[in-house]
Design a binder for this molecule. Structure first.
Ligand code: UDP
Ligand code: MG
Length: 334
């Protein structure tokens, strides 16, 4: 365990927030209770406002102006949960960094147990959901199917029933910071990094207030990112699919030719013909689609845009002046 600033350990808590005005006050209270109960450690609380369109930012500003432990990174627009978490990680200074959702589904009290594991020598302690209250059967079954598929396809094992609620040591955080990929699937990236990792079972609560910010469309995008960022197997699958359909097509061709050459019934067979055309057409479209997804990602990477744009950082600066500076790109003032 590395110590920051002399002997006291610093813990960074990163909270991504998107339209969380109904819950953010309670979350801040619970986090305050948590860090008051921490004896031998300092805490910095990093809220990332992911372009909220409600009053979340005003709430966060109030916290930061009254509490020097709070820093708020405001995005210029909504860049998405995984990017918000990345920004929090990038500005964090702690010896260990905790990622936690703003909606109190991940109870802050569990962080105590994470710290114990970290002090025992683990570099990553990830929360594993023992029980998920208040989540629909649909979400539970699709999540399970997704992780099964992901683990089949990916070369890096990605644990079941985990979210981003986790503690990471500074060594892991630095490794993550060296990964500039644009399509980010943080839990997979943390698995990929390695080091000593351990699961910590906890009961995931219901969202305290407000609605899920992950509608089905965002969830599908997230699942696709997870699979395509960690595996090129869909490309191999599409080759397999192509080969199978080509073999079937070849058999069809022989069949059609033999009908034409050796019988008088060659006009028939329209059904078989149309099925073959549709089938091959379908397979080709699927394969082109898979290729397209990967090419889209290469395009995305090659543009090399910053991952996010910061419009403002709200904090009481160390010289006690109320500070906020504008326009940062990936942590650098411009
Ligand atoms: N979130 C975010 N940007 C987004 C969507 C969500 O920062 O575009 C945050 C959100 O405020 C919450 C966390 O990500 O703190 C998880 O989102 P949510 O609770 O809505 O997801 P769910 O738990 O339903 O999967
Ligand atoms: Mg939630």
């Amino acid at each position: 365990m590395v110590h920051n600033q002399g002997t006291r350990t610093l813990l960074s808590i990163v909270v991504p927030c998107y339209n969380e005005q109904e819950v953010i006050d309670v979350t801040y209270d619970r986090l305050q209770q948590f860090y008051r109960s921490l004896k031998a450690m300092d805490v910095e609380l990093i809220f990332v406002d992911d372009g909220s369109s409600d009053n979340t930012k005003q709430h966060l500003r109030r916290f930061a102006e009254a509490d020097s432990r709070v820093r708020v990174v405001c995005f210029a627009r909504n860049f998405g949960h995984q990017v918000a978490v990345t920004a929090g990680i990038e500005v964090s200074k702690g010896d260990a960094v905790i990622l936690i959702d703003a909606d109190l589904q991940d109870p802050p009290e569990v962080i105590h147990e994470m710290i114990v594991k970290w002090q025992e020598g683990f570099d990553v302690v990830y929360g594993q959901r023992a029980e998920r209250r208040g989540e629909s059967i649909f979400k539970l079954t699709t999540a399970r199917a997704f992780y099964k598929l992901l683990n089949k396809l990916s070369d890096v094992p990605i644990p079941m029933d985990t979210g981003d609620f986790r503690l990471m040591g500074r060594n892991v955080v630095e490794a993550l910071k060296s990964m500039p990929e644009k399509d980010r699937f943080i839990r997979g990236m943390v698995s990929w990094v390695g080091f000593k990792q351990i699961a910590l079972p906890y009961n995931r609560e219901e969202r305290y207030a407000g609605e899920s910010k992950y509608p089905l469309k965002k969830m599908l995008r997230f699942a696709t990112d997870g699979i395509l960022s960690f595996s090129t197997k869909p490309l191999q699958l599409s080759i397999g699919l192509g080969m199978t359909s080509a073999t079937l097509a070849l058999a069809g061709i022989f069949y059609a030719l033999s009908l034409r050459l050796f019988t008088n019934t060659w006009v028939e067979g329209w059904t078989a013909l149309i099925i073959a055309i549709l089938f091959i057409g379908g397979v080709q479209l699927v394969c082109i689609g898979i290729l397209g997804e990967y090419i889209g990602r290469i395009y995305n990477e090659s543009k090399d845009r910053p991952l996010y744009i910061v419009s403002e950082i709200i904090e009481i600066s160390p010289d006690k002046q109320k500070g906020s500076h504008k326009f940062e790109v990936n942590g650098e003032k411009v």
